[in-house]
Design a protein around this ligand. Structure first.
Ligand code: NAD
Ligand code: ZN
Length: 236
């Protein structure tokens, strides 16, 4: 713990990579942990282009349920600690797999959203993207003014990440002196490949997770515990 604190304090270029685990203490279920089920569907059956093509109304009902949870949730001490780190580190970027917007609500500004934003929609017809914070729609599934179906502007299983976003994440990680990996199972690719990229590029890597991950053993430091408890101690 003391060593990790010192590394964080002295690094001039820091990247934090976060996953669903950092929002778990805000009451937002992870996909793989308990609570990830909705009406007995697994997220892998809903967060896919095939599921949306088959039953867009069902997929939207799930997203509206998640929007409701997120709207009622508050950032937790883990989100706030990362917002403080951004103020202190000479160069800092937060790369998140989360779509909930809690990092921004906690005050983080340099946020790269790998998997999009649950509060944005994209038209499957004309491609237009816009912010949309509605918790219900008059007509389901919702449609664009052009008549096309609207979808959540998030990256689903089996879809590619936007090229520019991914390039920016790779560049930042390759240049980082320190990578702080928080609440991610390191199972979802390509996001998980940022961890070995950091090691290959000579960065120190610190992990904060409730459980061991495939990378835990060969990282510089793997801290087992809740992000909302450990991050405020790491970043005072
Ligand atoms: P994930 O693969 O990132 O796994 C969650 C990880 O968090 C697990 O390793 C678990 O051990 C850890 N964890 C759980 N509670 C924790 C805590 N309090 N402190 C520290 N670590 C904790 O996430 P997933 O749920 O498998 O999701 C897969 C994809 O869906 C990712 O893109 C994910 O970010 C996204 N997703 C986003 C949200 C969100 O925006 N809040 C919620 C669910 C899923
Ligand atoms: Zn349209």
């Amino acid at each position: 713990m003391e060593q990790a604190r010192a590394w964080i304090q002295s690094a001039s270029t820091v990247v934090a990579l976060t996953g669903a685990g950092i929002s778990a203490e805000s009451g937002i279920p992870t996909f793989r942990g308990a609570g990830g089920l909705w009406r007995s569907f697994r997220p892998e059956e809903l967060a896919t282009p095939e599921a949306f093509a088959r039953d867009p109304k069902l997929v939207w009902e799930w997203y509206l349920w998640r929007r409701g949870l997120i709207a009622r949730a508050e950032p937790n001490p883990g989100h706030y600690a990362l917002a403080r780190l951004e103020q202190r580190a000479p160069r800092f970027l937060l790369v998140t797999q989360n779509v909930d917007g809690l990092h921004e609500r906690a005050g983080s500004r340099a946020v790269l959203k790998l998997h999009g934003d649950i509060w944005e929609v994209r038209c499957t017809g004309c491609g237009a993207e816009q912010r949309d914070e509605r918790l219900s729609f008059d007509r389901m599934p919702p449609r664009c003014t052009c008549g096309g179906l609207l979808r959540p502007a998030v990256v689903w299983f089996g879809e590619l990440l936007p090229a520019r976003v991914w390039q920016e994440a790779e560049r930042a990680v390759a240049e980082a002196e320190l990578l702080l990996v928080v609440g991610t199972s390191a199972l979802v690719y390509p996001a998980a490949s940022l961890v070995p990229l950091a090691k290959r590029s000579g960065a120190r890597v610190i992990e904060v997770n409730l459980e061991p991950t495939p990378y835990s053993e060969w990282l510089d430091c793997s801290l087992r515990g809740k992000a909302g408890e450990l991050l405020p101690r790491l970043i005072s």
